[in-house]
Design a protein around this ligand. Structure first.
Ligand SMILES: *Cc1c(COP(=O)(O)O)cnc(C)c1O
Length: 254
């Protein structure tokens, strides 16, 4: 196969997968009695090349997500070279060390994995520094605050990240006080090997509570390839889909 043939084959493969995922979202919305435009698709491109991200943007995908700063920064830069005119928003959805805050805000338009006040402070400081240096270039312009979601822990496995539910109100208040961050809502990953339904139900209740104090926090990012239907049933406004769109990642990067 020539490169052009390989590109065309991959494009067709991604187009087919995208249609299927969009149909799953539409069906789930219909079942949940929600309008299909209430749920947006976030394509998780981790472990896949920038060329795949480029093909997805050609197919109409506007939001891409990564979980590792080291991989995402170069990939976002490469995509900008491949498709300079594509209007893309990059989302950080993985665990984030405070010392990566500066690097992450260099490529991420939205950070979905804020789970501590210390991380929020590190991001806020990085945003302020970038603005002062005149290098912050978010989609909303150089002086816009950084959009963030609070990652909530739905199990008792601290190693997987996320703010415990009983500390969430405090964290939301902390982020809302920051002039550099804009609190958009909540994000969560369903517990491993357990029924996602009760977990997403807990998330929906937490989101409702946070929204009472912070009306702008309207987003619920939940649901992946295996459980997006359940997430849509419980009010997800973003579903984060990797495998069902791009294929399996193997065991190297779960
Ligand atoms: C990898 C990843 C996804 C996508 O998972 P799939 O099962 O491949 O759809 C979603 N959210 C986060 C935080 C991830 O790391």
């Amino acid at each position: 196969m020539t490169t052009t043939e390989r590109d065309a084959a991959r494009r067709a493969e991604l187009a087919g997968a995208l249609t299927e995922v969009r149909q799953r979202i539409e069906r789930a919305c219909a079942v949940a009695g929600r309008s299909a435009d209430e749920v947006r698709l976030l394509a998780v491109t981790k472990t896949f090349p920038a060329s795949d991200a480029a093909l997805l943007t050609e197919l109409g995908v506007t939001d891409l997500a990564e979980n590792r700063d080291q991989e995402a920064g170069p990939k976002a830069a490469e995509l900008a070279g491949l498709r300079p005119d594509a209007a893309v928003r990059w989302h950080m959805v993985g665990r984030l060390q405070r010392n990566k805050a500066k690097s992450v805000i260099g490529w991420a338009d939205l950070v979905q994995s804020v789970d501590s006040a210390r991380l929020a402070d590190a991001l806020a400081k990085a945003v302020a520094a970038a603005r002062e240096a005149g290098v912050r270039s978010g989609t909303d312009g150089p002086s816009a605050p950084l959009d963030v979601l609070l990652q909530v822990s739905l199990d008792d496995a601290p190693g997987r990240g996320g703010c415990p539910l009983d500390e969430l109100d405090q964290l939301a208040e902390h982020v809302a006080q920051s002039g550099e961050l804009r609190l958009g809502g909540l994000m969560a990953v369903a517990p491993l090997g357990a029924d996602p339904d009760p977990a997403f139900e807990r998330l929906a209740r937490a989101a409702e509570r946070v929204r009472r104090d912070h009306p702008g926090a309207t987003e619920i990012s939940a649901g992946m390839s295996g459980d997006l239907e359940q997430a849509v049933m419980h009010g997800a406004t973003w579903v984060r889909v990797g495998t069902a769109l791009l294929g399996g990642r193997g065991l190297a990067s779960p």
